[in-house]
Design a protein around this ligand. Structure first.
Ligand SMILES: [Zn+2]
Length: 437
C-alpha cells in the first residue's frame, strides 16, 4: 500500500537529483531569484518566519536574515528551505520552471530505494549526506501522504573524519532523521516524535515513536509506561528495545532511550523488502498519530488512513452500467455551494428550470467508474462540480485542449478538498480517468 504512488508518477526516477548532491547550481543560478521563488512559495503555503525556523531548525535570526536577503544563501540552505516546503531545489533553481507542474516523484526515489542506495555509498560522499538529509525525509513524508510543510525535520548524516593532526578518526555518529508535526510543540516541553536511526557502522537501523522531553525531572519513566499502556505496546518489545539501547549507548540518544514508546530495530543484513519498509513506516506513523492524540489531543491522522466505506454491490452495478449518480441531497449541497454558477466560468448563462432556479448540472471530477477504490467518498460533495449545460457537454465532447484546460482548472480548485476527503489523486491520473491520457 503506497500512499504516494511513485510508480505511477510521470517521471519516476532511479537516481537522486543532482541538486541534492552537487553545489554547482549556486555558481550558475541567480541566488536572488532563488530566494524570491522560495519566499513566494513560503508565503503561498501560509508559513510565517517562526514556522520556517521550526521546519528547518534554523535560528530565528538566521531565518530572518536568509528570507530578507541579508545573508547569502548556501547550497545547503537552499536544500533545507526547499525540503521544508516539500520540494527539491530544482523548481527554484530553474527560474523558468512552472512550480505547478513540479512532481516530487520525478526527483526522489521511494523510501526503500533511497535506503538501499544509502547503504551503497560511503560515509562522507555527497550522496550519503544528500540521501540522509534531504531525499529520505522528503520521500518518507511524501509516502505517508502528509503535507510536507506541516512536519519539522531534523536530519544528519553520519560522519567520520580523520583528524589531520592526530591521524585518528572522530565524529563517528549515527545518521538520524527525526520528524514532528509543527503544531504539536508547546510549552509543555514534551513533543511526540518519530524517527529513523542508522548506526555509525551501518549495521543497524531503528525506527521509533517516542516522547522528546527537554526538561529532566525524573517523570519520564512513568510517562513512558503510561503511554505504552494506552497504545497497548507489549512488554516484550519494550524489553527488547531497552536491551538494544543499552548495547548501543554510543549512538542511541538519551531522549530516545528514555522516551521510546514503540520501536522496530533490525540488523541491516536483514533489510525489509521494498514495500515492507513502507508498511512499517505507515504502521509507526499511525502509532505516532495515536500518541499525539493521547498527549496533545490533536488529531493528525489523514483522512485516507481512516476506514473507507465500501461501495455497496448495488451501487457498483449502477456504476458499471453507467447509471450511478450523486444522491439528490448531495447535488443540492453542491449547487448551493456554488450558488448555481458555472464553475468553468461564472458568467455563463443558462435557462430557468421548473422550480425557478438556474439549471445547472452536477458532474464528478473523478468519474465514478474510475474512482471506486476511494469507496463511497466519490459520491460526496467534494467530488462534484457545478457546470452549465454547455460546459457539461464540452467536458465530454469538446476538443482535447478545451477538455484538458477545463479539467485542469476544476481539479486545481478542488484538489485540496478531494485530498482531505481521502481522494488522493494526481492531475495526470484525473486527466487519464477522464479519458485524456
Ligand atoms: Zn459554463
Amino acid at each position: 500500500m503506497f500512499f504516494f504512488d511513485f510508480n505511477n508518477s510521470t517521471s519516476a526516477t532511479n537516481a537522486i537529483t543532482q541538486s541534492l548532491v552537487s553545489d554547482s547550481f549556486v555558481h550558475t543560478a541567480e541566488l536572488d531569484s532563488i530566494r524570491t521563488l522560495l519566499g513566494k512559495e513560503t508565503e503561498k503555503q501560509g508559513l510565517r518566519s517562526s514556522d520556517l525556523a521550526e521546519l528547518t531548525g534554523w535560528s530565528p535570526s538566521k531565518t530572518s536574515k536568509l528570507t530578507a536577503g541579508r545573508q547569502r544563501l548556501t547550497a545547503e540552505d537552499i536544500r533545507t528551505w526547499s525540503r521544508a516546503l516539500g520540494y527539491t531545489p530544482d523548481p527554484f533553481i530553474d527560474g523558468k520552471a512552472d512550480i505547478r507542474y513540479y512532481n516530487l516523484g520525478g526527483y526522489i526515489r521511494k523510501p526503500s530505494d533511497a535506503l538501499e542506495a544509502y547503504f551503497c555509498v560511503l560515509d562522507g560522499e555527497p550522496e550519503h549526506v544528500a540521501i540522509a538529509q534531504y531525499e529520505l525525509p522528503l520521500s518518507i513524508l511524501a509516502m505517508l501522504g502528509v503535507k510536507i510543510s506541516d512536519y519539522a525535520v531534523r536530519a544528519n548524516a553520519s560522519g567520520f573524519t580523520i583528524d589531520p593532526v592526530t591521524r585518528r578518526g572522530f565524529g563517528n555518529t549515527a545518521t538520524y532523521i527525526r520528524f514532528w508535526q509543527r503544531t504539536t510543540t508547546d510549552n509543555e516541553n514534551m513533543t511526540p516524535e518519530f524517527g529513523l536511526w542508522l548506526s555509525p557502522e551501518n549495521d543497524y537501523f531503528l525506527f521509533a515513536v517516542y516522547l522528546n522531553r527537554k526538561s529532566e525531572d525524573g517523570a519520564m519513566p512513568q510517562l513512558r509506561a503510561a503511554y505504552k499502556d494506552t497504545l497497548q505496546v507489549e512488554d516484550k518489545y519494550t524489553d527488547e528495545f531497552d536491551k538494544f539501547a543499552e548495547m548501543h549507548r554510543d549512538w542511541v540518544p538519551g531522549f530516545l532511550r528514555q522516551g521510546e514508546i514503540v520501536s522496530i530495530g533490525s540488523d541491516t543484513n536483514m533489510l525489509p523488502q521494498p514495500g515492507d519498509f513502507e508498511n512499517t513506516l505507515i504502521d509507526l506513523f499511525r502509532k505516532y498519530c495515536a500518541l499525539v492524540w493521547e498527549v496533545k489531543g490533536i488529531d493528525l491522522l489523514p483522512g485516507k488512513y481512516r476506514q473507507r466505506e465500501e461501495i455497496s454491490s448495488f451501487r457498483q452495478l449502477d456504476i458499471l452500467n453507467g447509471y450511478a449518480d450523486f444522491y439528490p441531497e448531495v447535488k443540492e449541497k453542491i449547487l448551493q455551494r456554488e450558488k448555481y454558477l458555472c464553475e468553468n466560468n461564472p458568467a455563463h448563462s443558462t435557462f430557468v428550470d421548473a422550480l425557478g432556479r438556474p439549471y445547472m448540472e452536477v458532474v464528478p471530477i473523478v468519474p465514478f467508474e474510475e474512482g471506486m477504490q476511494f469507496g463511497t467518498n466519490i459520491f460526496e460533495q467534494e467530488n462534484g462540480v457545478c457546470l452549465c449545460p454547455m460546459c457539461r457537454a464540452q467536458m465530454k465532447y469538446g476538443s482535447l485542449n478545451d477538455r484538458e484546460d477545463m479539467i485542469f482548472k476544476l481539479f486545481r480548485k478542488h484538489q485540496k478538498a478531494l485530498q482531505e476527503k481521502g481522494i488522493e489523486i494526481s492531475l495526470t491520473q484525473v486527466l487519464a480517468a477522464n479519458g485524456l491520457a
